[in-house]
Design a protein around this ligand. Structure first.
Ligand SMILES: [Zn+2]
Length: 123
């Protein structure tokens, strides 16, 4: 019998998680206020986590960021897009605050996500 040390067990567990955990891919576009918004997951810009480009109506997400960071960044850039399309003229700190709070609610309350998804699937 071969006994595995804690470090070896942890390494195997991490390998298993990375091998068998699949993430849903970020969609390449979505609709916002009747407008198609493109999503560009790229490593072209290393100096930012993400960016809203109002001209091309594209949300850029840094592909080098962790999956969670990509989600937070998407939420942030989505608020920028909403601000832009509605002409709200939000301060950047407001965009930051709203996106962080929205992210925290969704992240910390899986039951809210489940309720929204279940409800929408029946609408
Ligand atoms: Zn911003």
């Amino acid at each position: 019998m071969v006994k595995l040390g804690t470090a070896r067990i942890k390494k195997l567990a991490l390998e298993w998680v990375s091998k068998y955990t699949t993430y849903m891919e970020l969609p390449s576009s979505f609709e916002l206020l009747g407008i198609t918004i493109h999503i560009n997951l790229t490593d072209e810009r290393q100096d930012v986590w993400g960016e809203w480009d109002s001209e091309s109506r594209t949300i850029l997400i840094n592909s080098k960021a962790t999956k969670e960071n990509q989600c937070i960044t998407f939420m942030h850039e989505l608020i920028h897009a909403i601000d832009d399309l509605l002409g709200l003229d939000l301060e950047h700190r407001d965009v930051y605050a709203v996106s962080q709070v929205l992210w925290a609610v969704l992240r910390n309350n899986p039951s809210i996500n489940a309720w929204i998804n279940t409800t929408l699937s029946k609408c």
